[in-house]
Design a protein around this ligand. Sequence first.
Ligand code: HEC
Length: 116
Amino acid sequence: MKKIALTLMLAIASLGSASADSVIKDVMKKDFKPEDAIAKKVGKGAATDAELDTLIQGIEAICAATPSKGNKAVWEEKTKALSAALAKVKAKDASGMSEWKKAVNCKACHDVFKGK
Ligand code: HEC
């Protein structure tokens, strides 16, 4: 019994690390890059509450993943700033939008965390 449990745990642990970086790519391709991506709608004040929730969940997923370069603690700080700003946008707190625009700077984040 013990052995089976251990094997299972190892299998789950290796699955987790294999998909970690593709999580970031997937969220970038779906919610950041397209012309109608939710991340772009937020800046125009055009994202619905449901879209904001989707984006917050995506950002929480990339926060838990490890980028191909850069410091993991700084990564967590940066991604948490993004989700915190979105939570404020959703709550109609006026400071949320300016915090979001500052945090969502594509190039500033890619320079530090995006490999090749
Ligand atoms: C919080 C940091 C961060 C922000 C902000 C960010 N990105 Fe990214 N992005 C990344 C990282 C890290 C990668 C590299 C993922 C990897 O290869 O593991 C990436 C990769 C990408 C990719 C390549 C995906 C692929 O198929 O490999 C695209 C496209 C992209 N980002 C678009 C954007 C756009 C557009 C914005 C701004 C609206 C943006 N990103 C903002 C961190 C960020």
